[in-house]
Ligand binder design. Structure first.
Ligand code: ADP
Length: 733
């Protein structure tokens, strides 16, 4: 989205970082949100007009949103649960109603015609309005009551498990909600802070209550003793809370409301950022939308614009007198909307909720280095996602094991970021279900409320949803290589000018597209009366052939793998998770049993005269017991990933004593991967040997049908593994 007044920057693909921070994690120099960035992924080529056979019970083939006829009552009411079996003839569902990926009437070529992308919006909840607008703009088919046949995309409002689905793509990852809870997020970031303290200093110092209460008290006492003028403030946030619910500020650990209920409601207590950046004397935070497009391989996109949410009382540094003033200290929209000072604005650049680009524009006019700020934010986002992915992978293999057909997942995350006075971005939290509402409640008269549209929400959220869908377009995935690129430039060249005076109903052009076209492509000299006769119809026809052509360039910008080189060294957690998952054994579980841990020690050759298998058992028992006593998930017994990581750190520290932790861990991972690769090669040779033996036996029995000639195993290629080991030894010395 184009920030008013911010000069469009050139694409920074090969530009050196705005400022070189120390260490290898050089954050990319980024452009501030703005237009003129070619879509990261090609929009699909000219689409075949959506001429489709109406499905059974479907009335009209071409309404903007099509429900699949009047749905069967039972289906319309079904809140969740297995989807009904689809007729076998269409090949949509397999055994037990499970639809196989790639089967059924789906995206892609169908009898020479391309079907429109189908989206099940029956579980979209509060994101429904924004989703509907997006689907209209894309001219995709919406199924608001669900569909008996598989859809291409399932849009869930809450979690992966909203619906039982076995194919297509769903907009939630299993386990994401759990991963971004305050305690889990703090733990995941802390693991990374242990490994890379400087790279992860964007998350405030945090303690987990109740288990770390004694530690919190002790650490604060030590810090105060060493720095007497230090007058800290802390913020206590209940785990799983949202919208500022239950949050309070304290000046001293003794102010924590222990009141016996901490056991029932665990919380995170965090260093309070007492010097935030202010605009018009008000504290504000930033909501940025991040698309996790894929976990394996990791793909991350960031929306070029977001929201800024303002407090409604002028900010003062926390004192005992003002600690309780939520309108001064908490930026939550849900709280501040109740303040008499809250400003609803029809202009996206003003009011208590405005676009982030308008804030950037303001900062830029004051001489702030926007590129550096934007680059720091991107860095924060990538590092945070890197902290989350190891455990997400454990959830993923549990819900969608490798053998299962699907679905595949993507997710829009809401990152809440605070800017410090010195412009350093600080991560407050990550939302698995960021609000996608595009209206707000207004009190018309006392006690009478009405939902009214919120222009700023609509502008940001519709673009994020629509462009997420564009990136997830299954046709695009299939046809990526076969279609011509269709950038905005192409559409400008091919299409006649769009007149602002063309009736919208006539064209059914997305509002946003018209506005942008008016602003950026065709100035006021484009008049309806200058258009050739019939050009409106021609335009409509062209757009119906290729709805993408009428859309603005993508608002989502790829940041990973684009900047992978700068951040890959941080991904030790993913490699530890891969080891963990390998030894989980039975698919679908999330905790490692004692046998799995022993096998890990044995196969990775981690035992020696100083560390026997009995020591491994003791390590397992010690760590697992402790984690299970603090863990929230007591359903399964065994060692969770976090406990495994702790055990791994212990093993690494024993083996490579005097090195920094991240080097110790990296070396141990190399060591384990090396031994496992040797083992895999041996197993491969062995299984090929058996196959060759069977084939030889079969040739000795002339009566039996001959199997195809055995593929001769190439000579054992140990170079990869051997090189790795050499690397490891060199590194060690
Ligand atoms: P919730 O999920 O309940 O909204 P947050 O972690 O987002 O919880 O915190 C609510 C608000 O409190 C934030 O929007 C921010 O204004 C303020 N806040 C949270 N953590 C801090 C912090 N460490 N320092 C300063 N302000 C904070």
């Amino acid at each position: 989205m184009e920030p008013a007044g911010v000069e469009p920057e050139p694409e920074p693909e090969s530009r050196p970082p705005a400022e070189e921070p120390p260490g290898p994690a050089v954050p990319p120099a980024e452009e501030p949100p703005g237009p003129a960035v070619p879509p990261a992924q090609e929009p699909p080529g000219p689409a075949v007009p959506p001429a489709e056979e109406p499905e059974r019970g479907e009335a009209a083939p071409e309404p903007p949103q099509v429900a699949e006829g009047p749905p069967p009552v039972a289906q319309a009411r079904r809140p969740s649960g297995p989807r009904p079996k689809a007729p076998a003839k269409r090949g949509g569902a397999g055994k037990g109603g499970r639809a196989k990926r790639g089967s059924g009437r789906r995206a892609g070529e169908e009898g020479g015609r391309r079907a429109r992308v189908t989206v099940d919006s029956s579980k979209a909840k509060t994101s429904l309005e924004a989703l509907k607008i997006s689907l209209r703009q894309l001219r995709w088919r919406e199924f608001p009551f669900g569909r008996r046949l598989p859809c291409d995309i399932y849009w869930h409002g809450v979690s992966f498990h909203d619906n039982d689905i076995f194919s297509g793509q769903v907009n939630k990852f299993p386990g994401m909600t759990e991963m971004v809870r305050k305690i889990t997020l703090s733990r995941a970031v802390r693991t990374m802070q242990d490994l890379f303290p400087e790279e992860y200093d964007f998350y405030p110092h945090s303690w987990i209550l109740p288990e770390e209460f004694p530690l919190f008290v002790a650490e604060v006492r030590i810090m105060k003793e060493s720095d007497p003028p230090w007058k800290p403030t802390f913020i206590v946030k209940p785990d799983g809370g949202c919208q500022g619910d239950g949050i309070y500020l304290i000046k001293d650990p003794s102010d924590i409301r222990l009141a016996g209920n901490l056991q029932c409601r665990p919380a995170v207590v965090q260093e309070y950022i007492s010097k935030p950046l202010l605009i018009d004397k008000l504290k504000f935070d930033i909501r940025l939308y991040v698309l996790l497009k894929s976990l394996e391989p990791l793909e991350i996109y960031i929306a070029k614009d977001g929201l800024s949410r303002f407090c409604t009382e002028p900010y003062q540094e926390p004192t005992l007198k003002n600690l309780h003033q939520v309108f001064m200290h908490l930026t939550n929209y849900s709280l501040n909307i109740h303040s008499g000072n809250f400003i609803h604005s029809d202009n996206v650049n003003t009011g208590s909720k405005r676009t982030f680009s308008s804030v950037l524009c303001r900062l830029s006019s004051k001489g702030v280095d926007i590129k550096k700020l934007w680059s720091d934010i991107i860095s924060l986002v990538i590092k945070t996602v890197i902290a989350l992915t190891p455990e997400l992978k454990v959830y993923y293999q549990s819900d969608i094991p490798a053998g299962k057909p699907g679905p595949s997942c993507f997710q829009i995350l809401g990152f809440d970021i605070l800017l410090m006075k010195n412009l350093k971005p600080v991560l407050l939290e990550v939302n698995a279900n960021p609000s996608m509402r595009i209206e707000h409640e207004q009190e018309l008269s006392p006690g009478v409320f009405e939902n009214v549209p919120s222009p700023v929400d609509e502008e940001i959220k519709v673009s994020v949803i629509r462009d997420t869908l564009r990136l997830m377009d299954p046709h695009k995935k299939k046809n990526k290589d076969t279609h011509l690129p269709d950038t905005c430039m192409d559409s400008k060249q091919r299409f006649p000018p769009i007149s602002g005076r063309l009736p919208r109903s006539n064209l059914q052009l997305p509002k946003f597209a018209i506005v942008r076209s008016q602003l950026s492509e065709h100035s006021s000299d484009t008049k309806e009366d200058l258009m050739e006769p019939g050009s409106a119809e021609k335009l409509e026809h062209e757009i119906s052939k290729n709805p993408e052509a009428s859309l603005p360039s993508l608002c989502l910008k790829q940041v990973f793998p684009k900047y992978a080189k700068q951040f890959n060294y941080l991904r030790l957690g993913d490699r530890m998770a891969a080891l963990f998952i390998r030894f989980l054994g039975v698919r679908g579980i999330m905790k490692l049993g004692p046998t799995g841990f022993r096998t890990f020690i044995r196969n990775c050759k981690l035992y020696n005269s100083n560390f026997s298998m009995a020591s491994a058992d003791i390590l397992y028992i010690d760590i697992t017991r402790r984690w299970n006593s603090v863990g929230l998930d007591q359903r399964e017994s065994g060692m969770c990933l976090q406990a495994f990581v702790e055990a791994f750190f212990c093993l690494a520290q024993r083996r490579y004593k005097s090195l920094p932790l991240h080097e110790q861990v990296a070396l141990l991972i190399d060591f384990c991967e090396y031994h496992l690769s040797i083992l895999d090669e041996k197993r491969l040779l062995c299984s090929r040997g058996i196959m060759a033996h069977r084939a030889a036996l079969a040739t000795c029995q002339p009566d039996r049908p001959r199997p195809p000639p055995a593929i001769h195993a190439p000579l054992l290629n140990r170079t990869t593994a051997a090189n790795k080991f050499t690397d490891y030894r060199n590194h060690r010395s």
